[in-house]
Design a protein around this ligand. Structure first.
Ligand code: SF4
Length: 338
């Protein structure tokens, strides 16, 4: 029996005994599974729990999501980051509503905006018990340790071959098997730490456990350095109100709110001139801070000026702290100045 063939038998009983109670594991509703999988991309389970509940309280059906106003939608996602995820959720919801029902076939799920092979595999296996593996970094790490495979896991061909080999051994309890693999990769065989082989259901046939090589795997390609961009951010206040503006409708953080900002790190005098060019009269520089924010491929190095101005003028909307909290989705990159 190959290592792959041994997996279902080893993993399923372990999963039934050890699985964590998570809000999205309470039913097999495709909308719920889809939403949780999109939220879980790049975000920790603990952080997702409250967002997931709040989102479904506000938008209990796919129709509600399809019809939700963009600002309200961004507000529900505020702090989760990677906002294109929620914009694609809405686009996909509109496709589903038009079609009349949630798609039931892998190819149709994969065709939805924002749904890649991993998410389509997760939805079809968990909601419909289809043999469609959901292979992400966690699963690749586990497989590379089990098989002591030195192929870099970031190579698309490696991922495709793992998906293919897993699909061949899928049991009838497909959804549970998908989640068992995810659970193993998130807990006992987790990232950036020594795996807990003693408590792993695969320890008897895992190459890394047998040979003590777990820390050598997974092998990854060298990382490319992130591009750095400098910015000057203006936190302009007047009588308890702050100036905000909408970002462009395309590109990074599209359609969200931001504090006014310009490229480059300006000195105080230059910064004051820019504020005047915005049609405002600066009174006091209250504070100057240095902050950074890391995106997937880019790092913003920011200098923030907290400035009092004489009147709430210029091409901005002026909101109080409470109004910003309640109405405006301010991404974390800017919220840190709040
Ligand atoms: Fe990971 Fe250890 Fe389990 Fe192998 S035995 S899969 S290295 S936790």
């Amino acid at each position: 029996m190959s290592i792959f063939e041994k997996l279902p038998q080893a993993l399923l009983p372990w999963y039934y005994e050890n699985r964590r109670e998570l809000p999205w594991r309470q039913d097999k509703e495709p909308y719920h599974i889809w939403l949780s999988e999109i939220m879980l991309q790049q975000t920790r389970v603990e952080a997702v729990k409250s967002y997931y509940r709040r989102f479904l309280d506000a938008l209990p059906t796919v129709e509600d999501l399809a019809n939700c106003d963009d600002d309200a939608l961004h507000k529900l996602w505020e702090g989760l980051g990677y906002y294109s995820r929620v914009r694609n959720l809405k686009k996909a919801a509109q496709v589903i509503v038009k079609a009349g029902e949630f798609p039931g076939e892998y190819a149709d799920v994969l065709a939805l905006p924002g749904v890649g092979e991993y998410t389509a595999g997760a939805i079809c296996s968990i909601a419909y018990d289809q043999p469609t593996p959901a292979v992400d970094g966690n699963v690749l790490r586990v497989i590379s340790r089990l098989t002591e495979d030195e192929t870099p896991i970031d190579l698309p061909a490696y991922k495709a071959s793992v998906r293919e080999r897993l699909a061949q051994v899928y049991p009838l309890e497909a959804g549970d098997f998908t989640q068992a693999l995810m659970e193993l990769g998130a807990t006992v065989c987790g990232p950036n730490r020594k795996p807990d082989c003693e408590n792993c259901p695969c320890r008897e046939f895992c190459g890394s456990a047998i040979h003590g090589t777990a820390e050598k795997f997974p092998v990854k390609l060298p990382k490319r350095a992130k591009k750095e961009e400098e910015k000057t951010v203006f936190i302009l206040s007047c009588d308890g109100q702050f100036a905000l503006q909408k970002r462009r409708e395309s590109g990074l953080l599209a359609g969200l709110w931001q504090y006014p900002n310009v490229p480059g790190k300006l000195e105080t005098e230059q910064a004051l001139l820019i504020v005047e060019k915005m049609g405002l009269k600066p009174k006091n520089v209250l504070r100057q801070v240095e902050r950074s924010h890391i995106f997937t491929h880019i790092v913003w190095q920011m200098r923030g000026f907290y400035l009092e101005v004489a009147e709430p003028a210029g091409d901005f909307i002026w909101l109080t702290r409470e109004q910003i909290e309640a109405e405006a989705a301010l991404p974390t990159a800017f919220r840190q100045f709040f």
